[in-house]
Design a protein around this ligand. Structure first.
Ligand SMILES: [Cu+2]
Length: 285
């Protein structure tokens, strides 16, 4: 772009100097007509057709030709005010499972996402990995990406969606195949082995009315799944670093961290209970 821009600039500057130094003489109508036809019609048509051809050639890599056919194996991502519901499909004998606010992918394999929204329009965008696509209530959009390098990438919501739009992001962790399978199995097995005080507090204080946690009998459907939340890079969809103090802070007053967050404040709980829950959740990794 710099080279292209500079050449045009140099060309125009020379034309300007040339025009300023020479006496203007009238152009023959025929010569002027030819200039308009070549410079104003033929040249842009050829350039635009070439660019269009290039874009059409790139398109299959961004969007499958038949999105509906690919939906079955897709990772379903649903935008909610102000967090991301993520459902992984069943693969072989491994069942489907749900998580939130973090997507992990194996490197070098094409991932298909089916994108939805429940309330307002959000937008799915992992700048480091490729295309951006709207998430529209009542519609399913399909996007494919192929991560080629391991690493951690940030993905902000790219469509203004309400008061905490700026606090709605998820992380994408691209892993080697082996690490990815380990993570997947751990998430599927859930936290069933951890049975202690913290888990009982989640039930006693009604957190499970909204939240799910694999291994618990009751599983709420309206809030982020909390399984292995201690292993995530952030809490509150990128709003805070994942530390126990921050988990406690979020529980006490979600809306002072994220204005308009759809979780009630729990600052009336005994401080010991909040600390215990934060310790428990932070330890789920
Ligand atoms: Cu959003």
């Amino acid at each position: 772009m710099v080279i292209g821009g500079m050449s045009i600039w140099v060309g125009v500057t020379f034309l300007l100097i040339h025009a300023a130094r020479h006496r203007r003489e009238a152009w023959a109508a025929e010569k002027a007509g030819a200039l308009i036809a070549w410079g104003g019609v033929a040249f842009p048509t050829v350039v635009l057709l070439l660019l269009l051809g290039y874009a059409v050639w790139l398109m299959p890599a961004i969007r499958p030709w038949n999105p509906l056919a690919e939906k079955d194996g897709a990772i379903e991502v649903t935008g909610e005010q102000f967090w991301w519901r993520i459902r992984y499909p069943a693969v072989g004998d491994q069942p489907a499972f749900e998580t939130a606010n973090e997507i992990r992918l194996p490197v070098g394999r094409t991932a298909t996402f089916s994108l939805k929204a429940t309330d307002v329009i959000h937008s799915f965008w992992i700048p480091a990995l490729g295309g951006k696509m709207d998430m529209i209530p009542g519609r399913t959009n399909v996007l494919t990406l192929t991560p080629t390098r391991t690493g951690t990438y940030r993905a902000p919501c790219a469509e203004f969606c309400g008061a905490s739009h700026a606090y709605m992001a998820f992380s994408v962790v691209v892993l080697e195949e082996e690490d990815y399978s380990t993570w997947r199995s751990r998430l599927i097995d859930g936290d069933a082995s951890v049975a202690d005080e913290g888990r009982q507090l989640l039930q006693r204080h009604g957190c499970v009315a909204c939240h799910s946690l694999r291994g618990l009998q009751i599983a709420g459907q309206t809030a982020p799944d909390l399984s292995l939340i201690g292993a995530r890079l952030s809490i509150g969809a990128g709003a805070l670093a994942n530390t126990r103090e921050n988990i406690a802070r979020f529980i006490r007053s979600p809306s002072s961290v994220k204005p308009g967050a759809k979780m009630p404040a729990f600052d009336m709980l005994p401080e010991d209970d909040i600390e215990e829950i934060a310790r428990y959740l932070g330890g789920l990794k």
